[in-house]
Design a protein around this ligand. Sequence first.
Ligand code: NDP
Length: 295
Amino acid sequence: MSATIIDGNAQGEKLRGKVAEAVRVLAGQGVTPGLAVVLVGEDPASRVYVRNKSAKTVEAGMRSFDHKLPADASEAEVLALVRQLNADEAVDGILVQLPLPAHIDSAKVLLAIDPAKDVDGFHPVNAGLLATGQQALVPCTPLGCIILAKSVHPDLSGMNAVVVGRSNIVGKPVAQLLLAESCTVTIAHSRTRDLPEVCRRADLLVAAVGRPEMIRGDWVKPGATVIDVGINRVPNPSAGEGKTRLVGDVAFAEAAEVAGAITPVPGGVGPMTIACLLRNTVQAACARRGLKVPL
Ligand code: NDP
């Protein structure tokens, strides 16, 4: 293996440390940022995420407000809770854990969140601000990708960046952020012709596809930086019957032979998401009060 492994756990911890320091500064000004998380239903993975988010929020010195609604809660109930949180002065950030149960229109719920408290950065107002190069609350996972890329290349300007995936929550915002860093950005997707060749042009390759190990070693330009957003659970028979393991969208072992730097899965982009969520909560708390962000 020749690539430098980009340590998302270490980078996430570093950012959470900076957030905790910013929270201490804000406490001196009488401000304690608060993050509200809304969980609807009993999805086990979502419950783990929410528990983790609450613990890390409190660890950083912020207030955490957990709201759990039953799986059969109506859309009107969820919307009413979001409106209540919009009006609550102690709440600076609102995160509605996705996926929501099928009978609830996620887009409608996300649209109901006050854009000033939209710490997930999914509201069209924040997406529009990002796209027009203005101050916005930026989606957490994409922001984490940029921080990891900049840990290797502090100045990304002029790099050829290829983002594989065009979802609203990962691919598009990553591409916007890379454009803001003055990269030359290509967005690839399921209709892209000759994807391996497109990827081979990338100095910076971001994979956000959701297909286990789709991006092979020979798709990677020698020396490129590879950021793997994918989280895919696959069978792991060698560990025993019914066992599974997590892999990314990039065939890690192959790609690490060619790349200059690469994020592992797990331990790459994943740990950055919560750290960026905490960062966004501090940003929202400051913006709402007209304070400078101490970060
Ligand atoms: P989506 O399913 O919403 O989007 C996947 C994108 O990949 C689409 O744009 C799709 O193209 C494209 N795609 C699918 N198949 C191919 C293919 N064969 N060739 C080229 N492009 C393809 O996924 P998300 O963006 O939500 O998530 C992507 C991955 O990131 C998932 O593994 C997810 O688990 C992970 N993730 C990780 C997070 C973290 O914290 N680390 C947070 C969020 C997501 P098209 O638009 O044409 O259909």
